[in-house]
Ligand binder design. Structure first.
Ligand SMILES: NC(=O)c1ccc[n+]([C@@H]2O[C@H](COP(=O)([O-])OP(=O)(O)OC[C@H]3O[C@@H](n4cnc5c(N)ncnc54)[C@H](O)[C@@H]3O)[C@@H](O)[C@H]2O)c1
Length: 381
């Protein structure tokens, strides 16, 4: 194969953006061979491209070698499994699944290593995070003591939540800010700092919006090496803050406002603490602004990497199997907040799945949408 025939399943906001990039030739060595959506009115944006209303038909059509799944969240698991079982390469939008048990099922369907199975974690292409990862891995920050991410720049209006019937219900979306906006941050958080071993959290359901899912979370994390962390997010705050601060034995690195700053201790904190005769002293520091240009190729970079992985076998920037970690973190934070308990990780995926099914079964929430004919409501649990 020297050209990958790609089918995009779900051509709403995100899927149509991916499909347009492919149709416009922004990604070498691939073509937009087919699109699929429950809503056929979307097909006119892709004249001349084969169109399907049923993903199962597209997957079995023989028209495509690879798919991109950009439907609402529950479809990532069901459609992803179907495409993997039919031998296609799969790129799935974030989150890879709504809950950990579904992520396990999805990952288990990837049995052939010749099949490329990727996730759209576009922020992994951002040089701020790539440099931060290199810094941590180089050991220059020392053993991590504390992590702190305040990511409250995800402000959303009521109009946003009304824009899709699937949004902000347990049955349609499966969660709120943790599952829709934060998969990127949760993925980066674990990519940079590893998975915590326990999570506790405070949170609120529909605190700022007429929704039945969470829109405000403050989580406390504990890591195996004794480090602690805080993760704060909401869709109800403006202007919002995006500040990632990681403290290690050899200093502090802060990613904020497009800048990556490393304040490096001349002497590791633990060594200074043990050996300094000063009662109130602290290590001398060097301030280093780490040069970073731009925000990387983002979605385009992941799409190019997907095609290159299929044709040339290059390593994936974001293998889908790693997507289970951000799903688990989102599930754990939500469960901890809703039950007032501390969740030990790895968490029991069956417990969370049961919790979510109960929320769906007991829901009395009446979803408001701007479009009474919205077909995305069909995409239920
Ligand atoms: N990576 C990113 O930066 C990013 C940004 C936005 C959205 N997303 C993700 O993309 C996905 C879609 O979000 P969106 O904002 O485009 O939503 P959207 O509502 O605009 O689009 C979803 C589309 O999927 C269609 N659809 C629903 N069920 C389907 C099915 N079973 N088969 C085929 N089509 C189906 C709907 O009709 C709709 O056109 C979500 O998972 C979301 O989290 C990712």
């Amino acid at each position: 194969m020297d050209k990958v025939r790609i089918g995009v399943i779900g051509i709403g906001g995100m899927g149509s953006s991916h499909a347009k990039r492919i149709a416009e030739g922004q990604i070498p060595r691939c073509e937009l061979a087919a699109v699929c959506d429950l809503d056929p009115s979307r097909f006119s944006a892709f004249p001349g491209v084969k169109a399907y209303e049923d993903s199962a038909e597209l997957i079995r059509s023989g028209d495509v070698d690879a798919v991109i799944v950009a439907t609402p969240h529950y479809g990532h698991t069901t459609i992803g499994i179907d495409a993997l079982e039919q031998g296609l390469h799969v790129l799935v939008e974030k989150p890879i699944s709504v809950h950990k048990a579904d992520a396990e099922r999805l990952i288990a369907a990837h049995t052939d290593e010749k099949q490329v199975f990727a996730a759209m974690f576009n922020q992994r292409t951002d040089p701020h995070y790539r440099k931060l990862k290199a810094l941590i891995e180089s050991g220059d920050l020392g053993k991590i003591q504390r992590t702190n991410w305040i990511i409250t720049t995800w402000f959303r209006t009521e109009s946003y939540y009304r824009s899709g019937g699937w949004r902000a219900t347990w049955e349609g979306e499966g969660g709120g800010v943790l599952l829709n906006q934060c998969p990127h941050n949760l993925d980066l958080f674990q990519w940079l700092c590893g998975m915590p071993t326990s999570v506790r959290a405070l949170g609120a359901i529909g605190k700022y919006h007429d929704i039945e899912v969470e829109d405000d979370i403050t989580a406390l994390l504990e890591y195996e090496n004794g480090a602690t962390g805080v993760f704060v997010t909401t869709t109800g705050e403006a202007p919002g803050t995006n500040r990632l601060e990681i403290i290690g034995d050899q200093g502090r690195v802060v990613c904020e406002g497009g800048k990556l700053s490393f304040t490096r201790n001349e002497t590791p904190t633990s060594e200074y603490c043990a050996n300094s005769p000063e009662r109130f002293g602290k290590p001398e520091v060097w301030n280093c602004d780490i040069p970073v240009k731009g925000n990387g190729e983002q979605h385009l970079g992941i799409l190019k990497n997907y095609v290159a992985a299929i044709l040339d076998g290059v390593p994936l920037v974001a293998p889908a199997a790693e997507g289970i970690r951000s799903v688990e973190l989102a599930n754990a934070m939500l469960y901890a907040a809703m039950t007032g308990t501390t969740v030990q990780l790895p968490m029991d995926s069956a417990v969370f799945e049961k919790h979510l099914k109960t929320l769906i079964a007991e829901s009395t929430f009446v979803k408001k949408t701007d479009d009474a004919t919205d077909t995305s409501l069909k995409n239920s649990f």
